[in-house]
Design a protein around this ligand. Structure first.
Ligand code: GLC
Length: 535
């Protein structure tokens, strides 16, 4: 039987550092704020944290525009702060994953300053430059943040490519020197002890050599099929090289953000893990994030994701992140109720795959309530009110009942939720039935009963009538999980002989026993039972 592998069998907690905890009273979360919260993170029981970018940045895309990959931005602290955080984490057996944003840099990065300085600068080719066609850009590629993906640069009379803001020029991964510079930078952090990277928009790294226009589609909101500006096959050779480099270090992990539009594309995401062992360790597929609340929809998306994963590969499971509205708000349900969010979390933590838990998800945090004047995300600025941007899911973490939920004594960069006290860490910690207690409990059950993290996944009820149910089986240990997505009572009658003990339920106290798998599920109940013997 295989051994516990931290990135496969553990839980990874995503921290958006601006919003976690402010240690120096400037209204913005920082690295010391994370270190100060280390006991909280350890008690939650997660095995690793992934921290959104903390490198030096002008912050036009809140850190996803990096000016210096080897420095920590002063807003977040110093290199010593980062090293101290890493030590505190490692002392507690918690790994640290950094965000690796190398599809593009900031336009203030030295590489770009050199590249744009003249057409024959040695770093010219580190970015993607091209003359226009007449007075028009080289082709019709669009920036993900709206408008043309090309910006004309007067000094040298050529256009450069930017898949996001014009202040985020795209790197040219076809250039071997650029590749070496990025690999060296990755080694710099791996040598310091970083346990892995989350690769930002990994499927966008390489562009068509001939810069061909994308095929046009008739689909509303998706006018082009991203055949030439994303998802180029050459990226897989690059990832194989990156894997070889990373594997020179012990026990490190690469997980890629494969960014696709609704409804997600599991086959594409899976391609980024190659044969399961030769490219990224894991990749995100956002199909489930993009689903509305539906047992059938969740199950089908999960099944497609599992089917796409090659033998030897391993799925990442994600329901929330810093780019999408929070699950608790997406799933709706009765006003004020967190019943659906609880079912979703049990799903996240008990299906097969590595759960990525987004800060605040364990508290049932909702989308931030923001006025137009609160919006800082460039996407929100651009598309308000049709799309309010990504600030919604980036609100300050509610710690206690003090000012701004204890996040910061001064006005935070995004306003704290007026009733955040009710879902604060302090309040939930002492409540045996809170969302937080539930997360702590299930994460600890995953450690205690290995079938929940390492076991095979055997589906039984596949979303019909609003129920998903499955076994997790590891050696002779079997647990059974049932999730009621509906607001009505449901009967489970599986006639699976034996004695079963309730390990966890959103609705009943544990230490209850069932004989055979015959019981009634409460409305929106999620339950985990363990087989304790034959009759
Ligand atoms: C990814 C990040 C997002 C960022 C974009 C550009 O999608 O998750 O926050 O704006 O890449 O780096």
């Amino acid at each position: 039987m295989s051994e516990f592998v931290w990135w496969k069998h553990g839980v990874i907690y995503q921290i958006y550092p601006r919003s976690f905890r402010d240690s120096n009273s400037d209204g913005v979360g920082d690295i010391r704020g994370i270190t100060d919260s280390i006991d909280y993170i350890a008690e939650l029981g997660v095995d690793a944290i992934w921290i959104s970018p903390v490198n030096k940045s002008p912050m036009l895309d809140f850190g996803y525009d990096i000016e210096d990959y080897r420095e920590i931005d002063p807003l977040f602290g110093t290199m010593d702060d980062f090293l101290d955080l890493m030590k505190q984490c490692h002392d507690r057996n918690i790994r640290v994953i950094m965000d690796l944003v190398v599809n593009h840099t900031s336009d203030r990065h030295n590489w770009f300053l050199e590249s744009r300085s003249s057409r024959n600068n040695p770093k010219r080719d580190w970015y993607i430059w091209h003359p226009g066609s007449g007075t028009r850009p080289p082709n019709r590629w669009k920036s993900a943040f709206g408008g043309s993906a090309w910006e004309f640069d007067e000094r040298t009379g050529e256009y450069y490519l930017h898949s996001f803001l014009k202040e985020q020029p795209d790197l040219n991964w076809r250039n071997p020197e650029l590749k070496k510079a990025v690999f060296d930078m990755m080694s710099f952090w791996l040598d310091l002890g970083v346990d892995g990277f989350r690769l930002d928009v990994v499927n966008w790294f390489i562009k068509d050599k001939k810069l061909r226009d994308n095929p046009v589609t008739m689909r509303p909101f998706h006018p082009e099929r991203h055949k030439y500006d994303r998802n180029r096959p050459e990226v897989h050779d690059l990832l194989r090289e990156m894997r070889v480099m990373t594997d020179r270090y012990r026990d490190r992990m690469l997980v890629g953000e494969v960014f696709t539009l609704i409804p997600g594309d599991p086959e594409l995401s899976a391609r980024f893990i190659g044969n399961g062992m030769d490219q990224l360790h894991m990749a995100f597929d956002f199909s489930i994030i993009y689903r509305f609340w539906s047992a059938r929809g969740f199950y089908r998306a999960l099944k497609k994701w599992y089917r796409a994963i090659p033998a030897g590969g391993w799925p990442a499971i994600v329901l929330s992140n810093h780019d999408q509205p929070r699950g608790r708000s997406r799933y709706l349900g009765p006003p004020g109720s967190d019943a659906r969010a609880r079912v979703a979390s049990v799903f996240l933590l008990t299906v097969r795959g590595t759960p990525f838990l987004y800060y605040g998800e364990e508290l049932g945090m909702k989308n931030a309530r923001l006025r137009k004047s609160d919006i800082v995300d460039p996407l929100g600025h651009k598309f308000w009110p049709i799309y309010k941007g990504r600030d919604l899911s980036r609100g300050p973490m509610p710690w206690d009942g003090s000012e701004n939920g204890g996040f910061s004594p001064v006005n935070p960069w995004l306003p704290a939720d007026p009733d955040c006290e009710n879902i604060s860490v302090l309040k939930q910690s002492s409540d045996p039935y809170s969302m937080l207690t539930m997360h702590r409990r299930i994460i600890s059950l995953r450690k205690q009963y290995r079938e929940l993290s390492m076991g095979d996944f055997i589906p039984v009820l596949k979303g019909w009538r609003g129920i998903i149910a499955y076994y997790r089986k590891y050696g002779s240990d079997t647990s059974f999980i049932a999730l009621n997505f509906t607001a009505s009572e449901k009967k489970i009658d599986l006639n699976h002989r034996g004695q079963w003990r309730v390990l966890f339920s959103t609705h009943r106290t544990s230490y209850k026993f069932f004989t055979d798998l015959k019981f009634r599920l409460h409305p929106n109940e999620a339950i985990i039972v363990k087989r304790i013997g034959d009759m």
